[in-house]
Write a protein that binds this ligand. Structure first.
Ligand code: ZN
Length: 267
């Protein structure tokens, strides 16, 4: 028995160590990089040693089975880019809003995440938890997007039917990100509009804590992983993954059919 435990410990450690992190040097926006629009507003930067240390620590704490699945599909190296100012260009131009971008995954198949100044600046715990940081949650959310890219989870019919997603004719200008072209029919659209207006009001008055608390309670009431999850199926999937791993009280409050679907998908 002792031997078995020992063997398990060795395998476990090897699995974590096998994940290599590649902290990429800033690239030239003129290089034919696929994220040119982001590149123009959010310049690539050098990594600080303290930032690298933080990311290593957070990834060590991140769900091992999720990382293992990603590694199987994408290889052993996770590429990380350090970006500057994270204002979404589309949000700023179309809605004259400061839609702050925190992190994103790359559209190519490479296993890559970009993190902006905002990611490092936001220093708070997630709502409803006394120990999970917003940084950790964001990182797991991004890993959720990468998993989605591998499995196309958020495009599956049975996933879309969970919260009754359909293509929207109009884009809600108060939605957090401008590329939203989806409507979640499981939630009354007027109610959602009211919630988004209230959140926007809090944010406008710089009452960010109140905004987060309000959004959290509204999401709990509506049995959603978060209000942000109402953006589109892809954000919904990433929020479900993050809540499953890091916000168990949120996850356990979701409809049973949603929980069962996600567990089967992650298996
Ligand atoms: Zn996302």
């Amino acid at each position: 028995m002792k031997y078995l435990i020992h063997l398990f410990t060795i395998t476990f450690c090897l699995q974590i160590q096998a994940l290599e992190l590649s902290f990429e040097a800033p690239y030239d926006c003129r290089e034919n990089f696929k994220h040119t629009s982001y590149c123009i507003v959010t310049r690539p930067k050098e990594w600080k040693e303290s930032e690298k240390k933080l990311i290593r620590k957070l990834l060590e704490k991140s769900p091992k089975d999720l990382i293992k699945q990603l590694k199987n599909d994408r290889g052993d190296t996770l590429h990380l880019y350090r970006m500057g100012f994270g204002q979404s260009p589309v949000g700023r131009i179309l809605y004259k809003q400061n839609t702050e971008t925190i992190a994103w995954v790359h559209h190519e198949r490479r296993w890559a995440i970009s993190l902006t100044d905002n990611f490092f600046a936001i220093d708070k715990l997630i709502e409803g938890s006394d120990h999970i940081t917003f940084k950790h949650y964001t990182l797991v959310h991004e890993l959720g997007h990468l998993l989605d890219r591998s499995k196309n989870s958020s495009e599956k019919k049975d996933f879309l039917s969970l919260y009754i997603w359909r293509r929207a004719e109009q884009v809600d200008p108060l939605s957090f990100i401008s590329r939203t072209r989806w409507q979640m029919d499981a939630i009354d659209s007027d109610e959602l509009k009211g919630i988004r207006e209230s959140i926007a009001n809090y944010v406008e008055q710089d009452q960010l804590k109140e905004a987060a608390r309000y959004a959290y309670h509204q999401a709990q009431k509506l049995q959603l992983p978060s209000i942000y999850a109402t953006q589109n199926p892809s954000e919904c999937f990433a929020e479900l993954v993050a809540s499953y791993y890091l916000a168990p009280e949120v996850f356990s409050n979701l409809p049973q059919i949603v929980r069962q679907w996600l567990l089967a998908e992650l298996d």
